[in-house]
Design a protein around this ligand. Structure first.
Ligand code: SAT
Ligand code: MN
Length: 595
């Protein structure tokens, strides 16, 4: 099979990997529906996929309970010096890491098929797209890659014609001895999992996990970690951002890119149905934005992905009806619960809880069970084209011009609903100091506050201090064309622990204010932390919310903000002399304004 590959670098790499991993056979994927169906049929026969009677063309998978999310502790940026990877990344020198991993890769595909998956991030053949080839021994990965990226023989034709590619090697790390029976979700124990990146040579090596970003290497590994390093070298941006188009009642379009950490509502915002009269929202992407300065000097964004890998729990016809309609058919569900009539279910999907389910671990479940029926990081993998509000320009190779950047995260206190940066440098400061409570998207403690600059902590493929500088450089290049920068917090709580803001569709009210700001239609209040909406400027028509609650949502507790200063100082200190002076200046200015 591999012999029909004409790209020499690819051919050589396939042979090397096959020699090292010793698979039973090698199969080159073509991305067709037949291939997908055949692969699924095998996984159904093997017992790992459950077809869902209630959802055409859809399947449920249950992972090993140890393999349920990204593993940040086992994720490496392997640059020639530790300094290049910076203080926010795990680092091992490339020679040592490759030796360790070669030891693990040796014979790791025994008894399995080695799949070669040619894929494109971004529309095939577009000048901004990048080609990757993932080698994986997981048919589950092949099917997910079919949805999340563009897998196609057309990509192979480009490779045959000599196009370069980013090699992405993946193994679940579970060889089969002759006659050994396979398990439902083969993977390696946590201590031998490695998600490794070699940004200086555009190379990805992943071992031991079959879940999400650990295994679908086009997403976080290629489109963020490797791409962010390429973007710095080449003068563009690869960001952990949703992209949406908002249209006002007069038909004027605004394009917004927003960076929130994993499982903080990017998918919900990207597909939102505005509650404000006459406004329309369309989705372009829900997770990743690649942005370049266009010929007119503005910043243009594309979504490099082809599907959504969204968090299932909490998704419902109330919170995200467009996502619910997106996942009606042709979807892969992972770690959701199974209903008795052959559908999936998860916490928050319906008001009524089914009387009986099979939980994500495959056990009988009733409302009296102590654990959740679906895992908190259960996911759907769905084609973006199925989203009812997908924007007609979502595959436009020229991208869409970004007007607004939003940063934010989960903060149960301190941070108001919305505020605007004074200028670009202040906006970069807001991005660089963004903080959020941790979620189940990563293995580890949930609910701890951490600084997560630009929501890129787990995804920046080089020294984060240099990344801050790259943002400042981009602003200098964009000048007056730079998007305006805002900060939001949908998650502020009352002392009793209730969310103060309804969120979801009502977030459109906040976006509307941003659009009015950039159009110069509304004045704002200047405060020590930034510009806040002036009283009455946030459109609350039809919303049942008391003035007291609005006041609490917008309240700036100067003491609490002052208490952030030492924490930000410690956060900045980690970057040593890589921290741009302009950010230190911003911190000092904030301190003075709070005095
Ligand atoms: O597992 S993924 O990394 O793809 C999802 C996420 O954490 O955003
Ligand atoms: Mn993400």
């Amino acid at each position: 099979m591999a012999m029909s590959v004409k790209n020499e670098k690819l051919n050589k790499w396939i042979r090397e990997v096959a020699d090292m991993c010793q698979p039973e056979s090698v199969y080159v994927c073509n991305g067709t529906k037949e291939e997908y169906d055949l692969m699924m049929a095998k996984m159904i026969a093997g017992g790992s996929a459950t077809p869902l009677k209630k959802r055409p063309g859809s399947y449920l998978f249950r992972s090993d309970p140890s393999d349920v999310a990204r593993v940040e502790d086992r994720t490496y940026i392997s640059t020639s010096s530790r300094e290049e990877a910076g203080p926010t990344n795990n680092w091992v020198n490339p020679t040592e890491l490759k030796e360790t991993m070669k030891g693990l890769y040796k014979g790791c595909m025994k008894g399995r098929t080695m799949y070669v998956i040619p894929f494109s991030m971004g529309p095939i053949g577009s000048p901004i797209s990048k080609i990757g080839v993932e080698i994986s021994d997981s048919p589950y990965v092949v099917c997910n890659m079919h949805i999340m990226t563009r897998v196609s023989s057309r990509v192979m034709e480009l490779l045959d014609a000599g196009e370069d590619f980013i090699p992405c090697l993946h193994s679940i790390g579970a060889p089969l001895a002759p006659g050994q029976e396979d398990v439902q979700w083969p993977c390696a124990p946590i201590e031998s999992k490695y998600i490794s990146h070699f940004p200086e040579e555009n190379l990805i090596w992943s071992y031991g996990s079959g879940y999400g970003g650990n295994a679908l290497l086009g997403k976080k590994c290629l489109a963020l970690r490797i791409a962010s390093a390429m973007a710095r070298r080449e003068g563009w941006m690869a960001e952990h951002m949703l992209i949406l188009r908002l249209t006002n009642p007069e038909g004027k379009q605004y394009h917004i890119a927003a960076a929130f950490p994993s499982a903080c509502g990017k998918t919900n915002l990207a597909m939102m149905r505005p509650t404000i009269q006459g406004w329309k929202c369309e989705c372009i992407g829900d997770d990743i934005a690649w942005m370049k300065i266009g010929p007119d000097g503005r910043l243009y964004a594309i979504n490099p992905e082809n599907g959504f890998f969204g968090v299932a729990p909490g998704t419902s016809y109330d919170t995200n009806p467009m996502a619910m309609d997106t996942v009606r058919e042709n979807v892969i569900f992972t770690n959701c619960a199974l209903t008795d009539d052959g559908d999936v279910w998860w916490e928050g999907m319906t008001d009524e809880v089914p009387p009986h389910l099979i939980d994500w671990k495959g056990r009988d479940w009733t409302p009296h069970s102590r654990e959740d029926a679906a895992h908190a990081n259960a996911r759907f993998t769905a084609p973006a084209s199925q989203c009812p509000v997908i924007c007609k320009d979502w595959e436009n190779p020229n991208g869409v011009p970004i007007d607004i950047f939003i940063f934010g995260g989960r903060r149960n206190s301190v941070v108001p609903l919305v505020f605007e940066a004074y200028d670009w440098d202040h906006g970069v400061f807001l991005g660089a100091t963004a903080a959020s409570e941790t979620t189940s998207a990563n293995i580890g403690a949930v609910g701890n506050l951490r600084r997560d600059p630009f929501a890129m902590t787990p995804f920046c493929g080089y020294n984060m201090g240099d990344y801050f500088r790259h943002w400042l450089d981009m602003g200098d290049r964009l000048g007056k064309n730079a998007p305006r920068i805002f900060y939001v917090n949908w998650f502020r709580k009352s002392p009793e622990g209730m969310f103060l803001w309804p969120g979801f569709s009502d977030n459109s009210r906040v976006l509307k204010w941003m659009c009015e700001r950039i159009d110069g239609r509304v004045e704002a209040q200047k405060t020590p932390i930034g510009f806040l909406p002036a009283e009455g400027d946030l459109d609350l028509a039809g919303l049942d919310i008391s003035p007291e609650i609005m006041k609490e949502l917008m309240r700036i507790d100067t003491d609490a903000w002052a208490a952030e200063i030492p924490d930000i100082r410690a956060h900045f200190a980690k970057f040593g002399n890589r921290l741009p002076e302009r950010l230190a200046v911003q911190l000092e200015a904030l301190r003075r304004r709070l005095e």
